[in-house]
Write a protein that binds this ligand. Structure first.
Ligand code: ATP
Length: 273
């Protein structure tokens, strides 16, 4: 059974590390998450304790593939510089993660990291990264990001199936923009405002139901008793109830599911010495 309390405490600290720097000694582990909607860098100490984190909204990837190489490299460099200034230490090693089905783009992701001055010491898949935080043995991890929804089935702690679907938070924002007659940027703001989640849920519910229907297709309910959500779009209040209703499977998420995958990537950074 997932220890949600442990995860909530841990993820709260990762989230807090965006504003404050936690003291560290020993080697530093960095995780780089190149996403469709956000680029995130998480820094942990050798014992996986949060040190600092920076993120920036960006549109330099499409469907998990880098479409603006120099834009991506510039942002990673910017975030790395900011972190190094905040921590007052140099960041060297980093791990990166790939969404399902994008293995052929590994080199490009590595070039982005290396172009920003990192040494890439590990490359893993995104659900495995997320599960470094969750540590589930059996169940399904669903990572709902900006452009895609990734799904990974775990058996005895190992990924046995991995899928990626092109529906994510961007679609929710497009629906909101159309409904409220506002720009995409304004819709993003409305969507990320927790105080408006109750109001917007009826508008975005059909898209969330579609996401859940897609996820249901891959799950055998006799084998899976829990769905674990992560990714920025999982922040939407009540999204777990919609998933539960559509799939008939218990669905849970931590209090702050946004940084689960980037934190898990950082945990898998191999540091030498
Ligand atoms: P992908 O996984 O598709 O490559 P990504 O890694 O950039 O994309 P995340 O960073 O996990 O995705 O999530 C970004 C999405 O989360 C965006 O669509 C953003 O609008 C949404 N999001 C962020 N915060 C919230 C919030 N508080 N409520 C609802 N949605 C949110």
């Amino acid at each position: 059974m997932l220890d949600l309390k442990r995860i909530d405490t841990y993820m709260d600290k990762v989230s807090q590390s965006q504003e404050e720097v936690f003291p560290s000694s020993g080697r530093l582990k960095t995780g780089l998450d190149l996403g469709t909607a956000y680029i995130v860098l998480v820094v942990l100490d050798e014992n996986n304790q949060p040190v600092a984190c920076e993120k920036k909204a960006a549109s330099v990837l499409r469907d998990g593939v880098v479409v603006d190489f120099s834009g991506a490299r510039t942002i990673v460099q910017e975030l790395k510089d900011k972190l190094e200034k905040r921590i007052d230490r140099e960041l060297v090693e980093c791990a990166i993660a790939m969404p399902a089905g994008t293995d052929s783009s590994v080199r490009t992701h590595e070039y982005v990291a290396e172009g920003a001055g990192f040494e890439v010491t590990n490359v893993l898949d995104e659900p495995t990264a997320a599960n470094s935080v969750y540590q589930i043995q059996n169940g399904v991890v669903v990572d709902i990001g900006g452009g895609t929804t990734g799904l990974a089935l775990f058996k005895e702690g190992k990924v046995i199936e991995i899928e990626d679907e092109p529906t994510g938070g961007t679609h929710l924002s497009l629906v909101l923009a159309g409904n409220y007659h506002v720009s995409f940027e304004e819709a993003e703001k409305i969507k990320q405002d927790y105080s408006r989640h109750k109001e917007i849920m009826p508008v975005v519910r059909p898209v969330v139901e579609k996401m859940a229907t897609i996820v249901k297709k891959y799950i055998d309910p006799s084998e899976t008793d829990t769905i674990y959500l992560c990714g920025g779009t999982s922040c939407l209040t009540g999204i777990e109830s919609v998933f539960e209703k559509v799939t008939g499977i218990r669905t849970i998420k931590p209090r702050d599911p946004f940084l689960v995958t980037p934190a898990g990537i950082a945990m898998n950074c191999i540091v030498s010495g």
